[in-house]
Write a protein of this length. Sequence first.
Lengths: 293, 193
Amino acid sequence: MKKFSVTERDIDRLLSGRTPADGSEARLAAFVGSARRVLSVPPDEATEAAHLKAILAAARPRPSATILPATKGRASGSSLGLRIRAAAAKVAIGALGLTTGTAGLAMAGVDLPGTLAEKAFDAVGINLPNQGRGHEGSPNASETSRRVHEAHRRRDASMSGCEFGASVSRAARGLTDESDPEHCKHDKAKKGARGRSGKGPKKPPPGQTKDHAKGKGQDGTTGKPDTPPGQTKKAEKQETEKAVSPADEESNQGNGGAPPGEASTPDDGGTAPAEDETSKKGDPGSNGAEVKK
Amino acid sequence: MNAVGQETIDGARLGAEWAWTSIYRGFSPAILGFMRAKGAHDPEGLTGEVFLQVVRDLGRFSGGLADFKAWVFTIARNRFLDDRRTSSRRPATPQRDEFLVAHGDVGDVEEEALRALGTERVKELVSRLSPDQQDVLLLRIVADMSLEEVARVLDKRVGAVKALQHRGLASLRKEISRGPVSQGALAALGETT
């Protein structure tokens, strides 16, 4: 059989059912022409009527949605409403997720930072579980807080850290008597020594370790920062026993000036204000005599 | 198909009855012929579905008349492929006599028989081509589309469409020139023309 070799123009003629110019491929042209006629028959009347009925029913413009040509990018009224509703739904879902997440964290035992979340939940009558509310729940809390704030306000510029701490401690415990003048003697002596040496507070005095200078015991329990240089252990013990008083327990914490909120707020459960801090926190600032007990 | 112009498309967007009637009458013979030649189980039903999808998606269409033609035949081809996929998964159920009578061709019995015979022969010869060759030749012959329009419908390059067209015609020529089937087909076609 001859190879099928026709030009583009011949192909166009063949596809329209005509033979190429040279008269070749007559059978192929006849087939294409016949196929064109056979396959291009319109549907019968019944089918056409049924199709047109369905098409017109589907194409009928609805009152709510008008088909506007060439309105790309312009939102119709209904689509704008849909978008607003979708945005509102997203916000609602986000808020619900946040609330559920916060509540879930609280249920899981996470102490949520700040009181904002707790207040928000309180406002709608939901109590978040596992949240630290001891300070607020105590009946004496507001009174103790007021006393401590008062003590803080009354702070004198000449007051040493020890004295200030002692005054805050007394205020927290509701004691009204004056502080023991002997109690902060060692603090004043230390101040004097610093003044004489003219050096910064970090430099330990001769014969004293760095930890002593910082007010930290060697074993981490005594918290005796003020052993004079060259003093023996026995003398130290005597000094300690002499100086033991309820006020000392608080005054020896750190630099003696604990933040008012922490020093003054008793724990929940109605314990006496003087007892709870030392008994619960492992007594980091108590003196050596008490540790020995 | 020449009756369909830009104003017809604009009228159809507004839901005008005359526009949809014109579009249906302009495109339905070619779509139906395409479905028949491809061997669709229910060519008339598929043709109706194609137009319903055109109605649904016309709001998203943008372009001129040539684009519209290519777009409509893209829908037709996709509907056929969907139908082929779903029908291959479901077993064929025989139709009842009442259905066949109601949906059968009406008119001159002899003419209908000859036409059916011609259609069957065309289907038989076309079915020997590859699916891509079938698509190219049917869109060129039945839908009267240019090479560029066919390329757009099939999402191919014009060069690829040209090659498919040439190979398809060569295969048809080979089938026509050999064997009793092709002779019978030609005879049937000759009787119908």
